[in-house]
Design a protein around this ligand. Structure first.
Ligand code: CA
Length: 224
């Protein structure tokens, strides 16, 4: 899962990212209004943590821009200003949640998890698709009630496919999802292919139907 931390206090961004890395979230950063606008225009995130008072402008303007661009990224406002009107305005513009600073990182993590679950998987911690079952909290996968051991990247890919089912996803988008903006610097996106090959093999060997289709020359699609 890929997150963007829009926050101008470096100590806070770093501690959030360090904590979330342990929960296998990949974090990117923007510490000014201008950098945040650039990031949201170029990339998509599973969830964005949005500070309101930023050098160069207000976080609420960034939220408006996300909505104007019809972006589906989850947004949690993190703000020291616990002003009621900001909170209401943020939620009205379309933020998914609001957390006042200071907060516990464990609470932030639980809220990120809830936003992603609500957006992508319709409220449940348990995703069931015929013979395939994924427990989002335990991060475990079963096919026909037998466990399938996936690596973090394979599970991440599987969730990304299911969260975007019946949509064609390009190799470049998958590379970006797995490695963030580092993907721009990589010459080849072949590492994506290796992870997908392993994921397909493990699911197939466990007796799972082949929902993951290769759309030649374009990308991949999870068909249901
Ligand atoms: Ca700030």
């Amino acid at each position: 899962m890929k997150l963007l931390i829009i926050e101008d206090e470096p100590a806070l961004s770093k501690s959030i990212a360090a904590y979330l890395a342990g929960e296998s979230y990949l974090c990117e950063f923007a510490d000014t209004f201008a950098k945040a606008l650039e990031k949201i225009a170029l990339y998509s995130y599973d969830c964005i943590l949005l500070d309101l008072m930023l050098p160069g402008g207000s976080g609420l303007k960034i939220l408006e821009e996300l909505k104007r661009q019809n972006k589906a990224d989850g947004v949690i406002i993190i703000s020291a200003k616990n002003a009621l009107e900001d909170k209401i305005q943020g939620l009205q513009i379309g933020a998914d949640d609001y957390l006042a600073k200071p907060f516990h990182l464990s609470e932030l993590t639980a809220r990120i998890h809830a936003v992603i679950r609500r957006k992508q998987f319709g409220h449940s911690n348990l995703i069931k698709q015929n013979e395939l079952e994924i427990d989002l909290l335990a991060k475990s996968v079963q096919v026909k009630e037998m466990p399938v051991l996936l690596t973090k990247k394979e599970l991440d890919l599987l969730l990304y496919f299911i969260g975007n089912k019946n949509r064609v996803i390009s190799k470049a988008a998958l590379a970006e999802h797995l490695s963030g903006d580092l993907a721009d610097m990589l010459d080849s996106h072949d590492f994506v292919y290796a992870h997908i090959k392993n994921l397909k093999k493990k699911l197939h060997e466990a007796g799972c139907d082949s929902y993951l289709k290769t759309i030649y020359g374009v990308g991949y699609k999870w068909e249901l």
